[in-house]
Design a protein around this ligand. Structure first.
Ligand code: NI
Length: 165
């Protein structure tokens, strides 16, 4: 397993629509292993493939959020149902050192396939539901800062873009 450099805002790859995974190749398996390693070494809760420079629909979610302690690897994930709302502070490995409260669905039903090409359905709430929504957003070129009000987004741009370090 290898660490892959994480792309950060405003890298244009973060705004690209990621392509569906059609075949589960050795490259896809290796990429998911490297993403798990990268996520762990960066203390992240999840990671989307375009964050490491590969615009395909693949996300990984950290162990502590899943029941069986095994990281979730989900290909071509979608949110098929969502319910109620929740406002929690969020961050992103691609937007380092910036945290803000974001409104998201509290409960979701997500679908995708795993690395064995088996359909996977995840019904969850709380942190796992939030991580799934955040990572699936990445695959659609959406960052958590896009969910902020115009006033807060302007504050972000002033603080972050003019002072990235
Ligand atoms: Ni993120």
């Amino acid at each position: 397993m290898a660490f892959i450099e994480i792309r950060t805002y405003p890298d244009p790859i973060l705004r690209k629509l990621a392509k569906p995974v059609k075949h589960i190749t050795d490259e896809i398996c290796k990429l998911s292993e490297d993403m798990i390693e990268t996520m762990r070494l960066s203390n992240g809760a999840g990671l989307a493939a375009n964050q490491v420079g590969v615009p395909v629909r693949l996300i990984v979610i950290d162990t502590h959020l899943s029941k069986d302690n095994i990281p979730i690897v989900l290909l071509n994930p979608t949110i098929v149902e969502s319910e109620s709302e929740d406002i929690t502070e969020e961050g992103c490995l691609s937007v380092p050192r910036f945290y803000e409260f974001v409104k998201r669905a509290k409960k979701v039903l997500a679908r995708g396939v795993n690395l064995k090409e088996e359909p996977l359905e995840i019904e969850c709430e709380g942190q796992l539901a939030r991580a799934l929504q955040h990572e699936i957003d990445h695959l659609n070129g959406i960052l958590f800062i896009d969910h902020l009000s115009p006033v807060k987004r302007n504050l972000f741009k002033k603080k972050y873009v003019q002072n990235p370090k």
